[in-house]
Design a protein around this ligand. Structure first.
Ligand code: FAD
Length: 477
């Protein structure tokens, strides 16, 4: 591999857009995962032409290039496992077009999700895949992760909102893919290969996205369960009934206790709660969805339902879920919340079994694990709360992650619902997709023959995530 010549990079993007001081390299060496590895240099292009020239330069010299948005990924997707150039795409952040007549917009990849929704709001529209990290997540990062969120149960993931893409290939060519129409019948849907590709196939420089009208009515509620099995049965009942909630979220007793302890929100002391929402343009239609959801919950032991059409009251009901992520880090003195086995998808009927599995595996390995997530979309999240200073806790986490994924695969589930694969979920992903790995590698070679784009990820990531990179924690005992 050729040594990276900073002067040549400066000639492409300008001196002010190239950084290699220690503090920047450190900051760009990690994301929201447990991993870290230092890049050689950070480059921040301002234009598509600069991205093209930069990639041509790197491809000729076989230098790794890791496209990066805000670095909020939870699995090490942007951690530069083989060094090289981190390509910070946040300066390409223009909303190019909001086409109301044809109900789509064109945006650059560095646009932040919340900013796009702020721009769409005056037109009466919203972009629905919105992850919980929407304050920082870029559209480029969302596309490459195939992100989704609370409302994906009704509106789908990024893949369902994507119409077309403009991408730069590893050799510097710029291609327009897909269309701006709602249907496009023939040929291989190459733009869809980029969705969920985690920066390994091409660099997104523009996206055409569909948007939908902001509903006139939203009703949000909460229901309690004394047993998590009952909550699981209610989820199946609701989703199999033809009901269309715009949100259906599960929180287990550990999640409840974490937000109560850390944030004092006063959630009920029960084994599980479901948060539900329905939305629409006609109040009666929303009432109908809510009534069906309530009936599904009541049939399986749900009680203490509270609901509201009022925004202020909705914020109160939702406060526990909104504060969950920071609360997990404060669950117990000495335990840190790590994004490990952090999301998976399972069939609705296996939701409760998965929560039990998570708790049982955690107890057996002397760690704490929670079960929560966008259960209406089949998405189950966990976090491992552990003493990150201890080697034996990491060993326990390694075993727990492997056991959980083995069981999830056996019940027909999949390794990632929305957070992606990166480094920490790669061993499970490789097992699940074993039959397709060679085909994935062939696709990768067709896009990127010199393997410069985010190398060593997905199907080519190491088999042991604990030793794959340095850990972001000081392991002292
Ligand atoms: C508190 C918290 C809550 C979260 N909640 C959710 C959630 O509800 N749903 C969800 O799906 N995720 C969630 N995430 C994970 C993450 O925030 C999202 O997946 C988000 O979309 C990542 O965006 P980013 O800009 O930070 O991307 P990054 O982390 O910077 O990158 C993600 C991937 O995209 C690639 N990439 C970035 N830009 C480009 C580009 N222009 N071209 C090609 N590849 C590119 C990178 O190489 C990498 O593989 C959460 C994270 C946190 C910290």
């Amino acid at each position: 591999m050729e040594v990276i010549d900073k002067k040549e990079l400066c000639a492409i993007v300008g001196e002010h857009n190239v950084r290699d001081d220690e503090a920047d390299l450190y900051a760009y060496g990690s994301d929201s995962s447990v991993h870290e590895a230092m890049p050689a240099v950070i480059v921040r292009p301002d234009t598509t032409e600069q991205v093209q020239e930069l990639l041509r330069h790197a491809n000729d010299r076989k230098i790794p290039v890791i496209p990066r948005g805000s670095g909020s990924g939870m699995c090490g997707q942007v951690v530069p496992i083989r060094g090289g150039i981190v390509l910070d795409m946040r300066a390409l952040n223009h909303i190019v077009e909001i086409n109301v007549k044809d109900a789509y917009c064109r945006v650059e990849p560095g646009v932040i999700d919340d900013d796009l929704n702020r721009a769409l709001k005056p037109h009466g529209f919203f972009y629905p895949p919105t992850p919980a990290s929407s304050r920082v997540a870029t559209i480029g990062g969302e596309i490459a992760n195939n992100a989704s969120g609370m409302r994906s149960v009704k509106y789908g993931a990024v893949r369902d909102s994507l119409l077309g893409l403009k991408v730069v290939l590893a050799d510097g060519r710029c291609l327009a893919l897909g269309a701006t129409t709602r249907v496009a019948a023939s040929g291989y849907p190459i733009e869809r290969f980029i969705v969920g590709s985690e920066g390994t196939l091409a660099v997104v420089v523009e996206a055409s996205l569909r948007f939908v009208p902001i509903p006139a009515f939203r009703c949000l509620g909460i229901v309690k369960f004394n047993k998590i099995e009952e909550a699981g049965e209610a989820i199946s009942e609701i989703m199999a009934s033809g009901c269309q909630p715009s949100m259906l979220e599960l929180m287990d007793k550990i999640a409840i206790s974490a937000v109560n302890k850390a944030e004092g929100v006063g959630l009920p002391d029960v084994e599980a709660i479901l948060l539900f929402e329905a939305d629409g343009m006609v109040r009666e239609a929303v009432d109908y969805e809510i009534a069906k959801t309530e009936a599904g919950c009541a049939k399986h032991g749900g009680f203490g339902i509270e609901k509201s059409y009022e925004e202020k009251e909705q914020a109160r009901i939702f406060a526990g879920r909104a504060k969950l992520f920071p609360a997990l880090s404060k669950y117990r003195e000495g335990l840190a919340s790590t994004s490990l086995a952090d999301d998976m998808a399972v069939p609705f009927s296996r939701m409760a079994a998965t929560a039990h599995l998570i708790h049982e595996v955690a107890d057996r390995h002397g760690i704490v694990m929670t079960a929560y997530g966008h259960c209406g979309a089949g998405c189950m999240h966990t976090k491992i709360l552990m003493d990150t200073t201890k080697k034996d806790q990491w060993a326990a986490a390694r075993e727990a992650v492997a056991e959980i994924y083995e069981a999830v695969h056996a019940m027909g589930g999949t390794t990632s619902a929305e957070h992606g694969i990166g480094i920490s979920k790669a061993p499970a992903f490789k097992k699940e997709k074993e039959a397709a790995l060679d085909l994935m590698r062939a696709v990768k070679r067709a896009f990127d023959p010199n393997n410069i784009l985010n190398p060593g990820k997905l199907m080519d990531a190491p088999d042991d995530w604990v030793t794959a990179t340095r850990l972001r924690y000081a392991v002292t005992e």
